[in-house]
Structures are given as structure tokens and as C-alpha cells.
Design a protein around this ligand. Structure first.
Ligand code: ADP
Length: 274
């Protein structure tokens, strides 16, 4: 089994994320014997493709302030096209070019990520509270760790992305950071690395010198309400879920550097542990 000391790395799909240095670094680690699972996003490209297809992106905000992509069936299909198609296969292409036998999977393949579809979403739209019913988003409830272990043990490098599949077998949009956390917990990974545009968790979101180097798990809730805003709050929620699931440490670090994964492991980011 290669799951001792396994690493799960999530790279975001926002504008600020460069994938090439991540792939270089992951290839180096793999060739040195470090086994990992890569999870990726694709939000910026999905916005562009959705707009080009005449179905521009829409976002909804929950009453507690979390923003998510409004995902009707058409959006779920465009989302799948970009994440499991272009994004996933260009990452597989890049890893293959670096001598890694990568296998790309969405959460629907082999029911890798099974989730509960939200039948009704409470949302605030233009200041008004309303219920959205035809949405295809959800929360992961089960991970097929066996499938990933099979691949890892046979020497393949798994590259995973949303969508997940619902209990009723529909493609659903799930958060990538939380998907990575669920995978890390299911695989008993040692470390979850969340790469992002920011240098880590910042005390002041627009001051890159205010990075918090280490955060004990007990301080997560407070950090979520005091420092983190927007997408960073979801990363902290994912960190909470990973640690609760038995992952030893979570590192939030920048993808905008050479060797972003090794830099993260060396402590150049925010290390969160119990
Ligand atoms: P992804 O990498 O998953 O696409 P983002 O890079 O958008 O996600 O998520 C991190 C973003 O969260 C940062 O770019 C930053 O703008 C925002 N943010 C909000 N609060 C903080 C904080 N306290 N520290 C760091 N980033 C923060």
C-alpha cells in the first residue's frame, strides 16, 4: 500500500493559479517515490466557456454568506465539459509528458465522489431570500477510496475533479476544496495541500505580509469568522473536515511559485494541524 504518507494536492481553478509549476513539482515528487492524488478545479474556464455558449454564469449567496455557482442542468453539463474534459485531460497530458502515468477521473466515475443533492437551496438574490429548486449542487457523503487505492497500487497517478454523482445518479457540482478534503480523509492521507492564489491564510486579506504560518485546529472556527472571507472560508471549512477525518495536517499555500507543493510542505503557507 502506498497510502502511508500519502499526499492529496488540490489546485484551484481561479485566475491566479498556474498549473505548470504544480505539475513539474508533482512529477519530481512522484519520481522520488512520493505518492499523491491531484484534485483540480476549473471555475474561471467554466465561466468563459459558459459565456461563449450563451449561458453565462450566475452565482447565488446562502443566508450565511457562502457564494456558489447556480447550477441548472445546462450549467452542470458545461461544468462537466470543462472540468472532466478540457481541464482534466490537459492535466493528464501534462503529467504524461513528464513521465507520470496519470489517470483522470471525475467524481462520477466509479462513484468516486457520491453526494447528496440539495433539493432546495435557500439563497439571497438581490437582497431577497428565495428558494431555488432546480439546482444540481450537493455535498459529498461517500468516497470510493478502494478505486483510488487500486490505481495507486498499480502505479497510476489519479487526477480527480468534480462533478460528483448524487445518490439518484445525477451529476452534481461540489466544492473542489471539500472534495479534496473528503478524498484525503477516505485515503487516510497524511497531508492535504490546498494551493491557491493567496500565500496562505492572511490576517488581513489584501496584505500578503500578514500570513499566519501555523494555525491550531482549535482556532479554525475563529479564523473563519475573523480573518477569512469568500473562498478562503471554504478552504478553512475543508481543512476542518480533513482534520476531523483523520488527516494529520492541512497546508494552504500559493500556487504562484516554483515548487509550490514542496514549498507548501516546507512551511511556506499556513499549516493547520490538531
Ligand atoms: P481557488 O484557488 O480555489 O480558485 P481562490 O484563490 O479564489 O480559490 O481562494 C482564495 C481567495 O480567498 C484569495 O485569492 C483571496 O482573495 C480570498 N481571501 C479572503 N480572505 C482571505 C484571507 N484571510 N487570507 C487569504 N485569502 C483570503
Amino acid at each position: 500500500m502506498h497510502t502511508n504518507g500519502l499526499l492529496v494536492v488540490k489546485v484551484g481553478g481561479g485566475e491566479g493559479n498556474r498549473i505548470e509549476p504544480v505539475l513539474d513539482d508533482l512529477a519530481e515528487l512522484w519520481h522520488a517515490g512520493q505518492r499523491w492524488v491531484l484534485v483540480h478545479g476549473g471555475s474561471a474556464r467554466t465561466n468563459d466557456v459558459a459565456t461563449a455558449l450563451g449561458h453565462p454564469p450566475q452565482f447565488i449567496t446562502s443566508p450565511s454568506g457562502f457564494t456558489s455557482r447556480r447550477t441548472d442542468r445546462q450549467t452542470a453539463l458545461i461544468f462537466t465539459m470543462v472540468y472532466a474534459g478540457e481541464m482534466n485531460k490537459t492535466i493528464v497530458e501534462g503529467l504524461q509528458a513528464r513521465g507520470i502515468d496519470a489517470v483522470g477521473l471525475s467524481g462520477a466515475d466509479g462513484r468516486l465522489l457520491e453526494g447528496e443533492r440539495k433539493k432546495a437551496i435557500r439563497a439571497v438574490v438581490n437582497g431577497r431570500r428565495m428558494i431555488v429548486r432546480d439546482d444540481y449542487t450537493g455535498t459529498i457523503r461517500r468516497v470510493n477510496g478502494t478505486l483510488l487505492r487500486l490505481l495507486l497500487d498499480a502505479g497510476y497517478a489519479p487526477v480527480v475533479c468534480p462533478p460528483a454523482i448524487s445518490h439518484e445518479h445525477e451529476l452534481i457540482n461540489v466544492d473542489g476544496d471539500r472534495a479534496a478534503a473528503a478524498l484525503a480523509a477516505a485515503l487516510h492521507a497524511h497531508t492535504l495541500v490546498l494551493l491557491t492564489g493567496a500565500p496562505g491564510l492572511l490576517r488581513t486579506p489584501d496584505d500578503p505580509t500578514s500570513r499566519i504560518a501555523t494555525l491550531p485546529a482549535v482556532a479554525l472556527e475563529e479564523a473563519m469568522t475573523t480573518y477569512a472571507q469568500g473562498r478562503m472560508r471554504i478552504k478553512l471549512l475543508a481543512a476542518r473536515e480533513a482534520l476531523d477525518g483523520g488527516v494529520a495536517q492541512v497546508v494552504i499555500a500559493t500556487s504562484n511559485t516554483e515548487h509550490p507543493v514542496q514549498q507548501a510542505l516546507a512551511g511556506n503557507g499556513t499549516i493547520i494541524s490538531v
